[in-house]
Design a protein around this ligand. Structure first.
Ligand code: MG
Length: 339
């Protein structure tokens, strides 16, 4: 690992995993409060309280620019954190929000962000219950960082972790792949595409809740930084299983594909902000797919592959022309500061 932290260390790929494991998690001695702890390096953690488990997840949002096609930092801060709680199998209930503001930020912009957070929280049915506000000198921060912590609740024993995937399970994605990162990159670079690329930033709980009601859910993850490639590699590594996905079954919008081609990036390595990957028992897969598709956020859901006992810890992509290639961990998300 290099001596200094680079942008790539925050970009959701292998370098970030290494930084978290070797520098952060390695230096924290007490990682577990009686549930899922930091040692699991999952979307969030849990604490058992009576017949329930309290799920907690936290995210710092540093997206640039603050406002982008399809969303803004406020929406991202609420949905991003609520989604991490949701994919642990818990209903999001409340959010705490810490703002670090750069001196000089127009009050009007801050108000716009807060109103956007409020609208997103209302849609998620979560309350923004506490927070903190700090201001730093001009030039010491890029406008605004919003850190949100989400709390949710699940029945005891019902928390869903990454390590739950098993050979035979079927993998579902709740919608199209690559929209958020591609939209941000195209917008930032000032590329003008004929079609409008938009972030997919949205609340996944409605789709997740329907899936949980059907049952047979083994693992869930929101493929944010590092995209689907990172998320599936995390599953394969943690559960020591192989994963196969089929290129022809991947739901990717035409405009995202062409933009990715033009920008030279892989949509599978690009962050999503309104999607969940769901691993489900084979016999429940069709019912879960229908349940997810019946929701607005999950209407483009698809079965994209399965879990296998072959090639443990590796993700294999079956290409459209019938070939196979390893879908490796991206070194980093090709688009920095997208969330
Ligand atoms: Mg997550």
């Amino acid at each position: 690992m290099s001596e200094e932290i680079t942008l790539a260390h925050g970009a959701g790929g292998r370098l970030m995993e290494e930084l978290i494991e070797q520098v952060i998690a390695a230096n924290i001695t007490n990682k577990n409060a009686g549930g899922v702890g930091l040692e699991a390096l999952d979307d969030g953690a849990s604490l058992s309280v009576g017949d329930y488990e309290i799920v907690i997840a936290t995210d710092a949002h540093t997206v640039s620019p603050l406002f982008f096609p399809g969303g803004d930092i406020g929406k991202l801060a609420v949905y991003g954190t609520a989604n991490d709680v949701a994919v642990m199998g818990a209903k999001p209930l409340a959010i705490a929000s810490a703002l670090v503001i750069e001196e000089g930020l127009p009050k009007e912009e801050l108000e716009k962000v807060i109103k956007s957070m409020d609208a997103a929280a209302r849609e998620c049915g979560v309350a923004i219950v506490t927070g903190d506000t700090k201001v730093v000198e001009r030039g010491k921060l890029d406008k605004l960082v919003v850190t949100t912590t989400g709390v949710g609740i699940a029945e005891k024993g019902r928390v869903i972790t990454d390590a739950g995937v098993e050979p035979g399970d079927v993998i579902i994605i709740t919608g199209t792949i690559g929209d958020h990162g591609t939209a941000l990159l195209a917008f930032r670079e000032g590329f003008e595409f004929e079609t409008t690329l938009e972030s997919d930033v949205a609340h996944v709980w409605p789709a997740v809740e329907r899936a949980l009601r059907v049952g047979g859910i083994k693992a869930m993850k929101d493929p944010t930084r590092g995209g689907v490639a990172s998320a599936l590699n995390e599953w394969a590594t943690k559960a020591k299983v192989g994963i196969v996905i089929r290129e022809s079954d991947l739901p990717i919008r035409e405009e995202v594909l062409s933009a990715c081609e033009l920008l030279g990036i892989d949509p599978l390595s690009v962050g999503n902000e309104g999607k969940a990957l769901i691993a489900v028992k084979r016999e429940k897969a069709q019912d879960v797919l229908s349940a997810v598709r019946s929701t607005k956020v999950g209407k483009n859901a698809a079965i994209i592959g399965e879990v296998t006992s072959e090639h443990p810890k590796k993700v294999v992509l079956e290409t459209e022309i019938g070939g196979k290639r390893i879908l490796d961990w991206p070194l980093a998300d090709p688009v920095p500061r997208i969330c």
